[in-house]
Ligand binder design. Sequence first.
Ligand SMILES: *[C@@H]1O[C@H](CO)[C@@H](O)[C@H](O)[C@H]1NC(C)=O
Ligand SMILES: *[C@@H]1O[C@H](CO)[C@@H](O)[C@H](O)[C@H]1NC(C)=O
Ligand SMILES: *[C@@H]1O[C@H](CO)[C@@H](O)[C@H](O)[C@H]1NC(C)=O
Ligand SMILES: *[C@@H]1O[C@H](CO)[C@@H](O)[C@H](O)[C@H]1NC(C)=O
Ligand SMILES: *[C@@H]1O[C@H](CO)[C@@H](O)[C@H](O)[C@H]1NC(C)=O
Ligand SMILES: *[C@@H]1O[C@H](CO)[C@@H](O)[C@H](O)[C@H]1NC(C)=O
Length: 526
Amino acid sequence: MTQTQFSSLCVLNKMRSSTFSGLVSAAALLGSADAFWRMSCGVVQAGRIDPLISPGRIAGHAHKISGASDISTSSTYSQLVNSSCTTCEIGDDKSAYWTPQLYYHHKNGSFEAVPNGGHTIYYLGRGDDKSNTKPFPPGFGMVSGDPKLRSYNKTLIPVAAGVASRPFGDRVSFACLTTPDKQKVEQNSMVYTDCQYGLRAQIQFQSCWDGVNLYKPDQSHVAYLSRIDNGVCPSTHPVLLPHLFYELYYFPNEIVQDGGEFMFAQGDKTGYGFHGDFMMGWNTTTLGEAISSGCLTNDTGPTSSGSIDDCPALKRSHSNAAGWNCPQRQALIPSEPVGGMIDKLPGCINLNQSQGPDNAVASDASCSSSYDSQIATRSAPLGPTGMPSSFVQPASTLRPTPGQAVGNSGWVYAGCANDTQNNARSLSALSTTKDYMTIETCQSYCSSKGYSLAGLENGNECYCDNSLGNGGTFDWTNAPSEYYACDMRCAADYGKICGGAARLSVFRKTASTSSSSSSSTSTSSP
Ligand SMILES: *[C@@H]1O[C@H](CO)[C@@H](O)[C@H](O)[C@H]1NC(C)=O
Ligand SMILES: *[C@@H]1O[C@H](CO)[C@@H](O)[C@H](O)[C@H]1NC(C)=O
Ligand SMILES: *[C@@H]1O[C@H](CO)[C@@H](O)[C@H](O)[C@H]1NC(C)=O
Ligand SMILES: *[C@@H]1O[C@H](CO)[C@@H](O)[C@H](O)[C@H]1NC(C)=O
Ligand SMILES: *[C@@H]1O[C@H](CO)[C@@H](O)[C@H](O)[C@H]1NC(C)=O
Ligand SMILES: *[C@@H]1O[C@H](CO)[C@@H](O)[C@H](O)[C@H]1NC(C)=O
């Protein structure tokens, strides 16, 4: 099964996790003939961390960070590449990717973090001269967008005479998905927030480098391509780098709205101030080989589909379970809540700031400094329950054996089944998806609805039925390593396995202690 087929099924399930969430690929809208690769990256930390803008300090506002597990306020290239894991699908990429957190400001003053499972990161081969694309150098970092903007930046990207250019404001865009495959016309700000299938925030990065400075706080070491997502580099920034593009799926419709407003962490209701940060943490051999072998530059080569596995250099360290197997870390200021329902925005955010057209003023840094002494040096993995303190056990050792009692009393493990042949579910009677999924939750759910089989997939999805159907078989219990296996940890119980990509961990109810009226029996067991 290809990832593309899989992705479309995820949409049907309104899957919240970022794993495989590059659904309606924005890259396709930009011109799909160009070679690229795309990876899903779960959240590794949420909090006031920004080693580029606020090195060694607590940042002014809260970010959602994906990638290297050991990201801190003072990350260096060497610390990133030495991270124990990454939440991105490519293990050799220990880069860090971050954007501001989105909140809903309730009428009563509380702020609620808007559900989101991380970033989808695109590496696109772009630029008229793209055969000359060079890898990001170690130590490189950059920021695109401007947190202070509250209106569309109409200034054209400066280019040589006769070259077509676009306004800076086009680097940020928002897509509002109203059905699995329909979206409203993309906007450069948060015009639409009623988006049943997700609000996708998107940002394009600078692809032209001066070839000298690895980072400059004013970002003058980098420049945009003349048309942002394509075109030419200015003569001052002659080195063409891979074109980075981030997508974040937010789920505004999962918030119980009460006449409040959506607001990015820096106090921005407009979305014009959306921004993205990147810190290079790649294994230089791998990134160099991916580029030199044409994975970003050969449009008739294998990666025109965007699939990681079509690029041999990337396939070596590809894990589709990375988002689950490199869990989110505790925020670096443990005393400051940033997720769920909170009393105030993290930091000293002025709620009376400009909401356009004038720029907002930056948040009060002196306020932030009172937190600096609380920065933890290294954060422990964060897990709702069942998280081993030292997170070392490989997923393969966590699988039960068929027949073993697991979860609620009366339930046994039936095996690992394949799913989604011809877009039909192997357990098709009923399903539910939850951030806080455990095996027990799914078993109770299926049992309460009268079903005797409970199957978990992708860490957070639960399917019920009385037998396997639509071609599903239990042949995958001992799947060879080149195939997807049941290898994803449960969203809310990291010590157990809840299926995999297109794989179900199936449990069977053996005891007939249920008060359910169903008389069906399981007809398919291993
Ligand atoms: C990783 O850490 C080790 C030990 O501190 C160090 O010697 C090595 O240079 C680091 N790796 C890189 C690529 O910086
Ligand atoms: C504000 O409203 C939300 C949504 O109804 C609620 O969950 C939250 O507890 C309220 N906050 C306070 C401080 O009452
Ligand atoms: C628009 O962006 C350019 C480039 O970052 C910047 O120089 C200019 O000041 C911005 N305009 C406004 C109104 O912020
Ligand atoms: C980088 O990747 C190459 C190729 O897979 C591997 O041989 C090398 O050990 C890796 N380097 C580091 C520092 O992990
Ligand atoms: C591009 O990829 C195709 C298909 O793999 C291959 O035949 C061709 O040689 C490649 N072109 C270049 C310039 O590498
Ligand atoms: C499951 O795997 C079996 C054996 O390879 C295959 O025949 C069947 O079509 C697959 N079913 C699904 C739902 O993928």
